[in-house]
Every structure is written in C-alpha cells, then in structure tokens.
Design a protein around this ligand. Sequence first.
Ligand SMILES: [Fe+2]
Ligand SMILES: [Fe+2]
Length: 164
Amino acid sequence: MFDKLETLDDLFEMQLKDLYSAEKQLVKALPLMAETAKDGRLRRGFEKHLRETENQVARLEKIGKALDLDLSGHTCKAMEGLIAEGQETMSENATEEVMDAALIAAAQRIEHYEISGYGTAAHFAQRLGHTDAAELLQQTLDEEQLTDTKLNDLAKNYLNAKAE
Ligand SMILES: [Fe+2]
Ligand SMILES: [Fe+2]
C-alpha cells in the first residue's frame, strides 16, 4: 500500500492519509448518529461535530496541498471498525435513554481514536518543521478534545442517570 517508510516524513504522510480517510468516513456516519440521538443536546452536538468534521477534512486537504501530498487512496480500517460497531449498536432494540448512552460510548471511542491520531500527527509536523500543518492539526486536536469533554459531560450529568 505504502512505499517503503524510510523517514519521519514518510510516516507523517501515512498518518495524514489515515486521518483523511477516518474523517471522510465520519462525515458519512455522523448524520445517522445525529438522527438516532433522542436527546436534543446530543443530537445538536452530533450536528455541530459534523460541521466541524467537514472543516477538519478541509484542513487536511489544505495540508496535503501545501506539502504536495495526495492523501486519497487509503482506508482507515480502525475507523471502519469503530463505525461498524456504532452501526451495530444503532440497530439494537434499546430504550431511548439507553440508546443515547450507547451513542455517546461509541462517539467517545471515535474521539479518543482521533485524539490519538492528531496528537501524533501534530507532534510529527512540529518535529519536521511543518509549522503551518502543525497549527492546523492542533486546531483539529483541540476540537476533538472539546467534543470528547462535551460528550463526557452529557454522559455524566444526564444520560447515564436517565438510563439507570
Ligand atoms: Fe475529526
Ligand atoms: Fe471527531
């Protein structure tokens, strides 16, 4: 799939391709998660993150253009799996509250995966002297972390109590 990985630059490119595929898959998956969420705050949270995710795709495209890298043609299998598990959950027969709690659980797994990926990519960009790319990756990392915090708050303060 990838040519030989010889330098940190090669690995950085690989990481970017993986993130690009992950985000594009998420843009397709988030509308159904939003539709399935019964709690208004959760639904609006997913809708907001869909718009952020579209912008995250655009950031990666901007980085690809600036560094003359083609980020297409790779599939992030981890995100495929995370989304497949989420879809499996959504097909379960659950009460509204339990379904919302399950959606949060699935979404947090996804956010943690992204946080890990962007943390690595931002660090590599920094090390390689790609300052603009590092800044863009950090912006996305901040959004993913904020999304995770919001999901956590929703789960702790409201949904888990309702699902008991
Ligand atoms: Fe993302
Ligand atoms: Fe995300």
